[in-house]
Design a binder for this molecule. Structure first.
Ligand code: IVH
Length: 676
């Protein structure tokens, strides 16, 4: 038998590990490093192996263990598991209709106070009922038909956010209802790992949650990173219920159950509308999928008074958001040729309204993606658009595939120039080998050259570039500077005025920086940061062009691939000729002395973020000057940020900087910093 002190130690370890699980999986505030956690876990495992009588069902070592089942056992719900009514009007009218109805059913007068509503998120996963008896998790059941569900306890036990034992003084019986879900980062990580191992991926987070819980073998669920949020109650015994729904959720939280912090008490219809709007705005920033919000009458005595319809409570309603995902049909799959020759398959879709915009195209990324998703012309596909992200085809509805649909293959020759399309071994991207001979690549190269962060040539838009290339007026970048006003004025949609403007813009663009010029050349692998590093390190184009790959690798952050690419580009005779002609046309910059990271510059090594509107210069210009002074200009505020420069109408970045205690400067402060 285990000595008394050993039993104590096992109990201590169980409590300690459960507490760390809660901190990690529910509060997202781990207290100890993973290695320390593993040590505690192994110590408990060793004790339980040596003294099997110490093993308890609520031991954290017992989350996975059960064998695969033959079938799930049906369990009758003591309190039916209800569904929720969905308001049909997704606008503010929906919230008003609900409030009006509740006030009427409660017999309230117009002069009575606004009603308090508990507002929550509508999680998109699988509804589950957890039954705790004397604090111990006894079983977990799906909703099923609302009366009878399936016992999925073995799978639910693998979810670390769900306590196997409740904290504090637990009621005799507590049934908790909530949603099992998979967070988007967990979903992406899981799929990336699967993809890397050549294994099947999950379709979407919602399916991932539902599918994992419905597996008979609990080791499957154990490998899936699932989470849980509680939002309601089933049967309870030996517990004096609080008087409001919101307080009941607070109590569940105190029992150690995960309850989303994204909830609020709203007053009346206007309060509901404000909550709906605030969440809709933050929807894509949430780490998990929701399809709307839920409003519940907060007073539990009123909930009881309002009661139920057949399958739904009268006191709650779901108020949805526009769908982020829709079904449509692939009318064609075409390929686009990018600046570096990359051949990207694009699905042309039957127009469909998704999350507020009409979508007609969706990227298919590359040949691997098309093969993996097996998207074919004629297929019905699920299209997603979240926030500002490019619309994406998530998957095919195989049941609706026409019999004659054929698999798509990347063309062997460029549809634009006819050059071979080559996909190097081990690379996902196939490329047209035509180089600047390929009109598609030439157009993209010019577009990039003229873009705001490159030479910033105003008035050189897509339509104009198309004409210049199609009519062979511009064969390479240097040709841009031999264009004359008359030729330009004769092009479609042009006139003397816009022609003159463009000539002036080209003239203006001739004064630039070495970093911008290098970036504008569109060398593969050379983004803004690399261009800047090269310019800083070498100071002059002559010095850079003379460097071999060895010397290039001495530049911070430049690896062997980039070094070889840059060297090859600058050695290529055609590129050399274009660069020489660009310089002959008048492109110039101030040659800076080579700066070593140690000498001077108040800003060397400092990380700066710009936000809001500046008066004396654009944000891009400010960024250029900061970089020239040695600073790193970052896009978002983090603990590593040294300064935030806040112009007019600064918003969330300013708030974040203040909350992190980061030094905030106004425009005058920026100018002082630059002149220091
Ligand atoms: S309450 C008695 N609250 O939406 C009311 N449901 O019917 C029962 N859902 O089956 C539901 N988030 O799976 C409630 N905050 C939330 C919810 C929520 C998601 C799900 C639940 C339910 C379905 C719709």
């Amino acid at each position: 038998m285990a000595p008394h002190t050993t039993a104590d130690r096992a109990a201590e370890l169980r409590a300690e590990i459960s507490r760390h699980d809660h901190r990690y999986y529910v509060l997202d505030e781990p207290e100890i490093p993973d290695a320390e956690y593993d040590r505690l876990f192994r110590e408990l495992q060793a004790l339980e192996a040596a003294y099997p009588e110490l093993c308890r069902p609520d031991s954290p070592t017992q989350r996975v263990g059960g064998k695969a089942l033959q079938a799930f056992v049906a369990v009758r719900h003591q309190v039916p598991m209800l569904s929720i009514r969905t308001e049909t009007d997704i606008g503010p009218g929906g919230a008003r209709a609900f409030d009006t109805q509740i006030r009427r059913e409660l017999g309230l007068q117009a002069t009575d106070d606004p009603i308090d509503y508990a507002c929550e998120l509508k999680f998109d996963g699988l509804a589950i009922s957890l039954r705790y008896e004397d604090g111990l998790l006894i079983h977990a059941v799906t909703r099923g038909d609302g009366q009878t569900g399936e016992d999925v306890t073995q799978n639910i036990r693998t979810i670390k956010a769900i306590p196997l034992r409740l904290a504090g003084t637990a009621p005799a019986v507590l049934e908790v209802r909530g949603e099992v879900y998979m967070s988007r980062p967990d979903f992406e990580r899981y799929n990336n790992r699967q993809r890397a191992a050549g294994l099947p991926t999950l379709l979407n987070p919602r399916n991932a949650a539902a599918g994992s819980i419905r597996q008979l073998d609990p080791s499957v669920a154990a490998k899936r990173p699932l989470s849980f949020f509680a939002y309601g109650l089933g049967e309870t015994r030996g517990w004096e219920l609080p008087s409001a729904h919101s307080e009941m959720l607070d109590a569940l939280l105190a029992f150690g159950l995960p309850v989303s912090a994204e909830r609020a008490i709203a007053q009346g219809a206007e309060g509901l509308i404000a909550f709906h709007g605030a969440i809709a705005e933050r929807r894509t920033a949430l780490p998990f999928d929701i399809d709307g919000v839920v409003y519940k009458v907060n007073r539990l005595d009123w909930q009881r008074e309002l009661g139920f319809r057949t399958r739904e409570p009268r006191w709650a309603v779901a108020h949805k958001f526009p769908a982020q995902e829709e079904l449509t049909v692939v009318e064609a799959i075409e390929v686009q040729v990018g600046r570096t020759g990359a051949v990207t398959p694009v699905a042309r879709l039957k127009p469909v309204f998704v999350a507020g915009v009409t979508v007609t195209n969706a990227t298919l990324h590359n040949a691997d993606e098309v093969a993996r998703k097996d998207v074919r012309v004629g297929d019905t596909v699920r299209v997603r658009r979240a926030g500002d992200v490019i619309p994406e085809v998530i998957g095919v509805v195989l049941e609706r595939r026409p019999a004659e649909a054929l698999p798509f293959t990347i063309p062997t020759h460029c549809p634009i120039c006819g050059s071979p399309v080559v996909r190097p071994d081990g690379e996902a991207v196939a490329r047209c080998m035509g180089g600047l001979h390929c009109r598609a690549q030439r157009k993209e190269a010019i577009r990039h050259f003229a873009s705001r962060r490159a030479l910033d040539i105003e008035g050189l838009g897509d339509k104009l570039i198309d004409q210049l290339v199609e009519r062979d007026l511009v064969r390479d970048l240097a040709d841009l500077f031999s264009l004359d006003s008359t030729t330009l004025a004769n092009l479609e949609r042009m006139g003397t005025k816009s022609a003159d403007k463009l000539i002036a813009a080209l003239e203006h663009a001739k004064t630039t920086t070495l970093a911008r010029f290098l970036y504008a050349l569109g060398i593969r692998e050379v983004g803004e940061a690399t261009a800047l590093a090269l310019a800083h390190h070498f100071g002059t184009l002559t010095a850079l062009a003379a460097a071999d790959a060895e010397r290039l690798r001495q530049v911070p952050d430049i690896g062997p691939v980039v070094a070889t690419t840059v060297q090859a580009f600058l050695q290529e005779p055609h590129n050399q000729a274009v660069i020489a002609r660009l310089q002959a046309a008048g492109i110039h910059w101030v040659e800076t002395a080579v700066k070593s990271p140690t000498d001077g510059g108040l800003l060397v090594g400092k990380s700066v973020v710009l936000t809001g509107t500046l008066e004396s210069m654009s944000r891009d210009q400010a960024a250029d000057r900061l970089r020239a002074a040695g600073a790193k200009v970052a896009g978002s505020v983090s603990k590593k940020t040294d300064y935030l420069i806040a112009g007019r109408d600064a918003g969330s970045k300013l708030e974040k900087a203040r909350s992190l205690g980061i030094k905030v400067l106004d425009e005058a402060g920026l100018l002082a910093l630059l002149s220091a």
